[in-house]
Design a protein around this ligand. Structure first.
Ligand SMILES: Cc1cc2nc3c(=O)[nH]c(=O)nc-3n(C[C@H](O)[C@H](O)[C@H](O)COP(=O)(O)OP(=O)(O)OC[C@H]3O[C@@H](n4cnc5c(N)ncnc54)[C@H](O)[C@@H]3O)c2cc1C
Length: 445
């Protein structure tokens, strides 16, 4: 620390909602110098990944350059690097290239990754949806099966146009609605030689209701809307294995498919294993109410990377608004520490939970009492809350709001197969026959 310059150096790992909100809030004071490290040079807006995966929007609609977002702050440096280890005692992180960054304060906000819960073959064969790269890969797979089946219609009999979504939470439900819309409104118009009507979306969950964290009416609403869109619900059934050409279910049946989309749960990103900090539920780092870690002065952990205690004695959910608010709160606590004042416990302002179930349908449970909204009014609430989240990242949210209303009213599809290289399918490769269950195997017909 020096008398003329900034009083402290803060190293922030992760430029998601949490890390970026923290860096932006800190950057307003000349008392600190900030180094923001992210493995990508952009911020990704995860709530709209499924729209990217279903080709309803393009990558630059939901990615924002971190350098551009922070360009007005001379006291922030952005470094694109993957942090592979941390020493929380000295508040130092080390990158894959072996470079180290040490701060007076260390903020870890490295987010989540898919949790496959040890399901056989899921890591190798399923498509998770937690980053832009994963959404691009999934979009390419969806477009690949349509292109391949258009060229060789017999592939439909091998389940080419079957899509299986694992998980009936918000991610699975939103993906199912969006994919069903894509098939109905876009693919049926663009693939005129192909019997697109044979395309089938399945949603599998071992629970008996969709949208678990929402009020009961929302469970029924989501089921009704998805079934109306033609989605086949397989509830109360678990996934035993994801093979390259099918998914095996706990009731002994299987579904032939080349596209299994994993919305089955999340855990902390891999850095949590090498961060030298106590890990709790979901591999996340257990933090105190003020977002610091017991025994490690100057270390803050936030957003999806942390188990943040809530007043109800549970943990706060993994949500963009929790992440963004915890980022701003961390900045406030760091500035308090620098000024010799006391840190305060994080107070989350709960705006509610919402899910968009495709065109014309959404549910929102607003406020602590979870007042339920459905249909267009819930859709408008979704747009409002997410525009606010987006405004933390981009200056022009009008484009996002425009997109929302376009999505509501008409198709704006971008069927560009730009990652064919990562999504090639070997149609000759089938699971060995002795591995197959004896009961029904559903093809696309
Ligand atoms: C499909 C989907 C839909 C969602 N929908 C909603 C919704 O509708 N509403 C809502 O509120 N929330 C939603 N969420 C949840 C919300 O997006 C997350 O809670 C939020 O993004 C968490 O913010 P974060 O900053 O903690 O982590 P992230 O946004 O994941 O950011 C983590 C950052 O850390 C970087 N990083 C990770 N590891 C390293 C490393 N080792 N080195 C360097 N950088 C690293 C990543 O590149 C990333 O930029 C959704 C999530 C998903 C996946």
């Amino acid at each position: 620390m020096n008398a003329q310059g900034p009083k402290a150096h803060v190293v922030v790992v992760g430029g998601g909602f949490a890390g970026l909100a923290c860096a932006r809030a800190l950057a307003k004071t000349k008392d600190v110098r900030i180094t923001l490290i992210d493995k990508n040079n952009y911020h990704q807006f995860q709530p709209m990944l499924y729209q990217l995966a279903t080709a309803a929007i393009g990558t630059d609609d939901i990615a924002a350059s971190l350098r551009h977002s922070l360009r007005r702050h001379a006291n922030v440096e952005v470094k694109m690097a993957e942090v592979t280890a941390a020493d929380p005692k000295t508040r130092t992180v080390t990158t894959r290239e072996g470079k180290s960054y040490q701060g007076d304060f260390l903020v870890l906000a490295a987010g989540s990754q898919a949790n496959f819960f040890g399901t056989a073959g899921a890591k190798e064969n399923a498509f998770p949806l937690y980053s832009i790269k994963e959404a691009q890969r999934l979009r390419s797979r969806i477009l690949t099966v349509f292109e391949d089946a258009d060229r060789e219609p017999k592939l439909t009999e091998q389940g080419a146009l079957n899509f299986v979504i694992v998980g009936g939470g918000p991610t699975g439900v939103e993906m199912a609605g969006s994919l069903a819309d894509m098939i109905r409104f876009t693919m049926s118009r663009e693939y005129t030689d192909l019997a697109v009507k044979h395309a089938q979306v399945y949603l599998v969950d071992h629970g008996h209701a969709l949208l678990g964290p929402f009020p009961e009416d929302a469970h029924d609403y989501a089921s009704r809307v998805l079934q109306k869109k033609g989605v086949k619900l397989r509830l109360g059934i678990g996934v035993k294995e994801v093979a390259p050409d099918r998914v095996l279910l706990s009731d002994g049946t299987s579904i032939q498919t080349r596209t299994v989309i994993w919305g089955g749960g999340l855990s902390a990103s891999p850095l949590s294993a090498t961060a030298g900090l106590p890990r709790g539920h979901g591999g996340r780092i257990d933090v105190r109410p003020d977002l610091t870690v017991e025994g490690f002065p100057g270390v803050y952990v936030l957003g999806d990377f942390a188990n943040i205690p809530s007043p109800e004695n549970e943990f706060l959910p993994q949500l963009g608004s929790v992440a963004q608010q915890s980022g701003a709160w961390t900045a406030k606590n760091i500035l308090a520490e620098i000024a010799g004042e006391t840190r305060t416990a994080f107070h989350y302002h709960d705006k509610g939970i919402m899910a968009m179930i495709g065109r014309n349908a959404a549910v929102a449970a607003i406020g602590k009492k979870r007042h339920e909204l459905e249909g267009p009014i819930a859709f408008a609430a979704w747009i409002g809350v997410h525009a606010l989240l987006m405004s933390g990242v981009r200056e022009r949210v009008e484009a996002f709001v425009d997109w929302g209303w376009n999505y509501f009213s008409r198709s704006r599809a971008i069927q560009i197969l730009d990652r064919a290289d990562v999504c090639h399918i070997d149609w000759g490769k089938e699971t060995e026959s002795e591995d197959l269950p004896s009961k029904s195997v559903q093809s696309g017909r």
